[in-house]
Write a protein that binds this ligand. Structure first.
Ligand code: AGP
Length: 611
């Protein structure tokens, strides 16, 4: 999730762009760049690291000009570096592009362009756009961008400038947010409102498939086929803080609502409609090593550990590889036994968790191959792994992990299909069916987000909101869902909560059941549904308060539950991705109703880089 800003007018674009990038820094900040058109040339300054580094370089470079674009990067393709930072250019450095999103067919485009003699400077998907615009450019930048985007598949919000067009900035959107700000004889583009709100509150919210030609004194918008589009100018009345959260009260709620797009982005470039195979290009492991693999060991912490537990159920069930899952802080001190042909999979949103990083070093010292599932591109864990499956989930700001968790499970789902096919454990038909189920998840998450009044009502209900303690129960692939639901509640609302396998109730926890104990039961349709209902009946018999998470259409569950939260029907092995969403929302609204600091809970840090 990167940030783009652009300006055309009579002021110095650099100053306005940097102000805007600083307002977008929460979207990601591993590198940055600014390019301006001045006196028939494009001048550019790039920097690695936070924007303060860029400020210093610009101060020295004295970069200035009335037309420019800028970018703050959260890497998805290509490690953080100056050469990979945006803007990216055509070969002649006469056209500059900034981009937020993921070009799914960039490898194919890259090969085509190379075959046409294009030399690439960077490892990024974005650079293909700059070369495509050049390919179709004949003096009309607007037309060249429209034509170039017809070759592109994936998500983008882009800003484009050209040295020979000092009176035009072109912007376009598909999937990633983009706004155009309208001022007096000046105009702006931005990834979202905070970037430009200091200068204008009159904005156009660009929609998917729309391309804009922006001039100081006007603009025109068309779709890729050249059909004109008229958009209503909106006036934004947010304050700065609200704008960064795009109107949500907390980053956590914003990130919960980002999950439909996050799953799309995690899948982007890896599975295509109707396809029967998964592409994991950045995993970079010899297929033979995966075929020879005798055991997988997953190591991680907290929420990432819960995602690893889901991964175990999926990989063992479909790829038939034995999987061990351990918290990294235990793994690193138990002198783990690593047999030959073992693959270790660290899971980490930040890619900097100390225990997980040390676990990698120990695993490698014992001869294991390491393939990490990481969100932060170029992070320590990514760099020390033999291969990586990047989550492509965008920058996660809320300390309580939400979109990173569902993205991690999605990565395990992709890996499961990839492994199962490679090892001959899954037919093409089954793979195609499971890929279709994965591709259908965003819409199901949208349904949950659009229909979560039951969750809000529970969160306002004193028997949940004011509880002293809570139990979360699940079975099989949703046992980790119970653990994760309990972690979410405890870490942001400070209500003590425990997750358990429901079959463990009789082995102790049932002693806790009273008429003051909420018990959240994950009872979606599955092979263990009847067992789950039995557990629920045992709780009801002791006056426990049962809040069931069930499959839409299940009316029977109501007779055993004080409240029911529904998720849409789904392919049960992937149900943890759906179950996570109402449990995230439940924790969020209870914590908010209790007046807790949802985004930065007490005592917690976003990345535990110390033991
Ligand atoms: C999750 O809500 C917590 N904030 C925490 O458990 C987190 O999952 C854990 O610290 C692991 O972080 P990582 O994914 O960045 O390695």
């Amino acid at each position: 999730m990167c940030g783009i800003v652009g300006y055309i007018g009579d002021k110095n674009a650099v100053e306005i762009i940097m102000t805007g990038l600083h307002r977008l820094e929460y979207r990601g900040y591993d590198s940055a760049g600014v390019a301006v058109v001045k006196d028939g040339r494009i001048e550019c300054v790039k920097s690695l690291g936070k924007l303060v580094v860029m400020d210093a370089k610009l101060e020295e470079a004295k970069l200035a000009g009335p037309l420019g674009i800028g970018h703050t990067r959260w890497a998805t393709h290509g490690v953080p570096s100056e050469v990979n930072s945006h803007p990216h250019f055509d070969g002649a450095k006469e056209i500059a592009v900034v981009h937020n999103g993921i070009i799914e067919n960039y490898q194919e485009l890259r090969e085509q362009l190379k075959a046409e003699g294009v030399d690439f400077r960077s490892q990024t998907d974005t650079e293909t756009i700059a070369h495509l615009v050049r390919k179709y450019y004949d003096g009309d930048l607007f037309a060249a961008v429209k034509r170039a985007l017809q070759d592109v598949e994936g998500a983008y919000a882009i800003g484009v400038i050209c040295k020979d067009n000092p009176d035009v900035m072109v912007a376009a959107r598909h999937g990633s947010p983009l706004i155009v700000g309208l001022g007096e004889n000046e105009a702006f583009i931005g990834s979202d409102v905070p970037a430009i709100m200091k200068y204008t509150r009159d904005v156009l919210y660009i929609d998917n498939g729309q391309v804009c030609e922006i001039r100081r004194d006007g603009h025109k918008i068309e779709d890729l086929e050249g059909n004109p589009v008229e958009l209503e100018v909106k006036t934004v009345d947010w304050d700065d803080a609200a704008a960064e959260k795009e109107g949500y009260p907390h980053f956590m709620l914003k990130e919960i609502h980002q999950q439909p797009n996050v799953i799309k982005n995690t899948l982007a470039g890896r599975v295509h409609e109707g396809s029967d195979e998964v592409q994991l290009a950045d995993m970079a492991l010899d297929p033979q090593e995966l075929k020879d693999c005798q055991k997988i060991v997953i190591v991680s912490c907290g929420t990432a550990w819960h995602a690893g537990l889901v991964g175990k159920y999926l990989i063992e069930r479909f790829a038939k590889v034995p999987v061990e899952v351990d918290v990294a802080s235990e793994f690193r001190y138990r002198d783990p036994i690593i047999y030959p042909n073992t693959i270790v999979i660290p899971v980490s949103q930040s890619g900097e968790t100390a225990d997980t990083l040390e676990a990698i070093r120990i695993a490698k010292s014992k001869g294991a191959k390491v393939v990490s599932i990481v969100n932060a591109v170029g992070s320590s864990i990514a760099r020390e792994s033999d291969g990586v499956i990047y989550q492509q989930a965008g920058h996660e700001i809320g300390v309580a992990s939400t979109k990173a968790y569902t993205s991690q499970i999605c990565c395990f789902s992709l890996l499961t299909i990839y492994l199962a096919e490679l090892r001959g454990e899954m037919s093409k038909d089954k793979a195609r069916e499971m890929i279709a189920h994965l591709r259908g998840l965003p819409e199901k998450i949208e349904w949950i987000l659009d229909n979560h009044d039951a969750v809000k009502n529970c969160a306002a209900d004193p028997k949940y909101r004011d509880a002293q303690s809570a139990l979360f129960l699940g079975r099989n692939v949703n046992f980790p869902s119970a653990l994760e639901g309990a972690l979410k509640l405890k870490e942001i609302s400070y209500i003590h909560a425990e997750g358990y396998g429901a079959g463990e109730m009789k082995h102790g926890p049932i002693a806790l059941v009273t008429n003051e104990l909420p018990v959240v039961c994950v009872a979606v349709q599955s092979d263990t549904y009847d067992k789950m209902v039995s557990n629920i009946q045992e709780i009801c018999a002791r006056d426990g308060i049962v809040l069931s998470v069930a499959t839409q259409g299940d009316e029977d569950i109501k007779q055993h539950s004080a409240d029911v939260i529904y998720i849409p029907e789904c392919f049960e092995p992937f149900s943890p991705i759906l179950v996570a969403v109402p449990l995230q929302l439940l924790a969020y609204y209870i914590a908010a109703n209790r007046g807790c600091d949802v985004d930065q809970p007490r005592n917690l840090a976003k990345s535990v880089t110390v033991e």
